[in-house]
Design a protein around this ligand. Sequence first.
Ligand SMILES: C[S@@+](CC[C@H](N)C(=O)[O-])C[C@H]1O[C@@H](n2cnc3c(N)ncnc32)[C@H](O)[C@@H]1O
Length: 265
Amino acid sequence: MVTDALDDLMHLAKRVAGIDLAEGKRSMVGSRLAKRLRVLGIGIADYARRCHQDPAELAHMVDLLTTNHTSWMREPAHFADLEQRVLPAIAKAGRRRLRIWCAAAATGEEPYTIAMTVRRALGELAGWDAAILATDISRRALAKARAGLYDAARVADLDPGDRALALEEVEVDGERRLRVRSALRSLLAFAQLNLMGEWPMQGPFDVIFCRNVMIYFDTPTKERLVNRLAGLLAPGGTLYVGHAESLNGLTHPLRTLGTATYAAT
Ligand SMILES: C[S@@+](CC[C@H](N)C(=O)[O-])C[C@H]1O[C@@H](n2cnc3c(N)ncnc32)[C@H](O)[C@@H]1O
């Protein structure tokens, strides 16, 4: 019975969020849900029933099963490409409008790194209409992203110049933390969004980062997603996926530009 309920919850997570939890993840799922079961004072079978009946609990369950691992400047070649190729080309074309979507923003390090890169490349952005949309399915992760507060250890690998551009020291509840500067925050809007659901945005986006989330999806889900992302890119726009997420074998209209970097035609 317990195994059936766990299976049921794993199927639900796949149906709702595309998260394809292999057999080997059974114990991870059990341990991630254990605390919630204790809080609610119910067993796994009752919990599975509740998730079928209560959309809010279902969303909570899916959130608990997400893995939000991320870091500042993760896979740095993409930020170098953004700074040295994409942003100068947009500026050179005389355009003063920039739209970037970070589609699996987790706890914020990735969209803030994007904002930092934009500031570094385009300075004060005087006269620009620039916006970065940062979305994720996980409300827990997004709450941390919105707070924009990080421990020094989380930014230890960041170049000192980047650190000074992006972060300021603050004291929160008697502890020293690093807070993202308002010059970066002002570029960002955070919103909850399930990549498997409806997307309210029209696009087009000059750049989409959709990195290290497709590893959780099966091949048909990935293919559908990549085609939807391609449909929201401006002509010549760039899609970055995770370095371990090649789109080889998927049918899509994008052109390969470099490592995990694709362009709309
Ligand atoms: C491993 S993190 C990657 C974070 C960041 N993109 C990076 O590369 O560092 C994966 C993120 O994808 C999010 N995610 C998983 N399924 C999703 C879905 N169906 N829709 C939107 N976000 C999803 C998770 O909540 C998690 O924050």
